[in-house]
Design a protein around this ligand. Structure first.
Ligand SMILES: Cc1cc2nc3c(=O)[nH]c(=O)nc-3n(C[C@H](O)[C@H](O)[C@H](O)COP(=O)(O)OP(=O)(O)OC[C@H]3O[C@@H](n4cnc5c(N)ncnc54)[C@H](O)[C@@H]3O)c2cc1C
Length: 573
């Protein structure tokens, strides 16, 4: 096909945060500031930019929802918080979008650690003899001064002396150049290294108390070590009063107001090269469900690995015979299954055992439960008011819960297909009336309620979750759950909630290469998956900025505060 006039200068595929952010940055840019954009929009003031999203909502892995009976809180079924050390996110939400937020309470001394059937409090974890783990002498001494979750960093530092005292660029440089036993660090698996410097018992308690099994996994040691150590004293975690989805929603509004188009329910099935009427190379995009094809000067695929794999293996980028190196780039990261379930009760029964804020941890499949703040300032719920608990886990635990979901297998061809294949209505948890429930009135509240209603949980899953919650809190009685919503992020089109770099890849190089995987062809890739801030929105914006600045020539945003104040102790999402 040749000689078409392009319908768009930039077609962005994927309305997750990286896609809508890229759209907003492009539509509000002055094309005369970039050589590439000037060519595309010589006389026009603005580019023609569209965001095509396969689902019916903008936000992707950010999914804020409000159950009935809660006026002041927003649950986060996807990403929930940002860290004060994250330059791009923090600058965007604080300086530019000015979104209301509040500090998240994290681990509290009185919270529970239910380990190997023993009910402990976090404050009791410094006494090695009380722990149901057989630590060696040095590990026990370390635990007395620190916390068992810090054993991982301590063990890693035995092989890489001094690494635990570095942060930022100094840490990155150390890790990129480190050699262990004559082999570059990026070729080592993280768990393989830990196995040499800590007992399996220490590994087991540390991984359990970090809260995320993936943080002790055998992914690329460079990137996992960076995850561990790149935090400085004073770190703070923030939740958004209106949910993390407020970020993509606000960007969507601004994007549309500036002339951008958002086209929901449009699944890209594949794309190919086309010669445009000015003899330049452009892109033709094909959609499923009979939607007409679209032509554009360029395409940005703002999506994770599994979404890329679901596209037809055709054209100059995705045909493995024409561009085998692109497959290697795509395979450089691994999706990590993540699962969240929110359960609502008529009152916070867990306060009877002295816990009300932050999170508790366990080695049973629930893994972490967060006592969700129901007031906008994050304060503990009233002892008589409706209350929420968030269960959050990863890797094998996700499969435990999938077994109770009636969803036969992962990796169905598309998300709509998967939703149809999931539990039948009869197998779903029958939501009960919440005290003080009122129908949402404004558009924003309606959207939050729709997100909640669209993610019902299976009956068996809610019953088992309730049983495990009662077990870990060691109570004789707890009232029955009234409402529940869940998401298993390993479902298509995501493949996982977040991503880790595989062993053997230099993330710092692939990160750049994949943003334009085929030289001279105007296809760009961005998103959290291929960033060096994986697992965070920060990574989605990081790679979007590489595409925008390095590939398309946009100037850096003016609202960035380069050196936010330092932060403290790391606690993962
Ligand atoms: C449970 C969980 C907890 C998390 N916690 C945090 C946290 O606390 N803080 C934090 O910063 N980050 C967190 N994250 C990570 C964060 O949510 C992601 O990094 C971020 O949302 C990813 O944005 P993205 O634009 O890269 O991709 P996505 O959000 O995955 O967006 C991709 C979009 O592309 C669409 N799409 C895919 N294929 C097609 C197609 N063929 N055609 C059209 N559209 C398509 C999808 O529908 C989706 O909307 C968490 C993630 C999860 C799942």
């Amino acid at each position: 096909m040749s000689n078409s006039s392009p319908q768009y200068d930039v077609a962005i595929i994927g309305g997750g945060v990286s896609g809508i952010y890229s759209g907003w940055r492009l539509i509000t840019a002055d094309p005369s500031q970039s050589k590439t954009l000037k060519k595309w929009a010589p006389k026009k003031k603005k580019l023609k930019v569209a965001v095509f999203e396969g689902g019916d909502r903008i936000g992707g892995r950010l999914l804020s929802a409000r159950p009935p009976g809660f006026k002041n809180t927003v649950t986060e079924i996807g990403g929930m918080r940002y860290v004060s050390s994250q330059v791009l996110v923090r600058s965007l939400v604080e300086n530019e979008l000015k979104l209301p937020r509040f500090e998240q309470v994290v681990d509290c001394d009185e919270n529970i650690a239910y380990l190997r059937r023993q009910h402990l409090r976090l404050s009791e974890l410094k006494t090695p003899s009380d722990l149901p783990y057989d630590l060696d002498w040095a590990e026990s001494e370390f635990v007395r001064q620190n916390t068992p979750s810090a054993l991982i960093g301590w063990a890693a530092a035995k092989l890489l002396p001094g690494v635990n005292h570095l942060t930022g660029e100094a840490l990155g440089e150390y890790l990129r150049n480190a050699i262990v036993d004559g082999t570059p660090l990026y070729e080592h698996g993280f768990w393989n290294l830990l196995a040499r410097t800590m007992t399996p018992e220490a590994y087991s308690i540390a991984r359990t108390l970090v809260g995320y099994d993936c943080l002790g996994s055998n992914a690329n040691a460079v990137d996992l070590l960076a995850e561990y150590f790149d935090f400085t004293p004073g770190v703070k975690y923030y939740l958004f009063n209106q949910g993390y989805d407020a970020v993509p929603w606000t960007l969507e509004k601004k994007f549309k107001a500036a002339g951008g188009e958002v086209i929901p329910n449009s699944w890209l099935s594949g794309f190919d090269q086309i010669t445009l009427d000015d003899n330049t190379t452009g892109v033709i995009l094909h959609f499923s469900d009979g939607r007409p094809s679209v032509t554009a000067r360029s395409v940005i695929l703002a999506m994770p690995r599994r979404s890329l794999e679901l596209l037809k293996p055709e054209g100059p980028v995705l045909d493995p015979a024409r561009a085998p190196h692109v497959q290697t780039l795509i395979n450089s990261v691994e999706p990590i299954p993540l699962y969240k379930l929110f359960v609502a009760y008529a009152y916070p029964w867990w306060t009877s055992v002295g816990v009300s804020q932050g999170r508790s941890l366990t080695d049973i499949p629930i893994r972490q439960c967060f006592y969700w703040p129901v007031e906008p300032d994050g304060s503990a719920p009233s002892p008589t008011g409706n209350a929420l608990i968030m269960a959050y886990n990863d890797l094998l635990n996700v499969d435990f819960w999938a077994g109770l979901a009636g969803a036969p297998a992962r990796h169905h061809p598309s998300l709509p297909h998967r939703l149809k294949a999931a539990a039948t209505p009869a197998a779903l948890f029958a939501r009960q009336p919440m005290p003080n429930a009122a129908a949402p009135t404004d558009d924003f509240s309606k959207l939050l309620r729709k997100n909640w209603d669209d993610h019902p949980a299976p009956k068996l899953m809610v019953e088992e979750m309730h049983r495990q919650l009662v077990q870990m809190h060691n109570v004789q009685y707890a009232p029955e759950p009234l409402e529940a919503a869940f998401m298993d992020w390993s479902a298509d089109p995501y493949g996982g909630g977040v991503h880790f770099w595989n062993r053997g890849y230099k993330s710092w190089e692939v990160l750049e290469d994949i943003t334009q995987p085929v030289a001279d062809f105007p296809c760009y890739i961005c998103g959290e998956a291929y960033s060096t801030n994986q697992t965070w929105v920060e990574g989605a914006l990081q790679t979007a900025e590489i595409v925008l600045q390095k590939r398309l020539g946009l100037p850096a945003p003016t609202w960035i505060t380069p050196n936010p104040p330092p932060h403290k102790t790391k606690q993962k999402k």
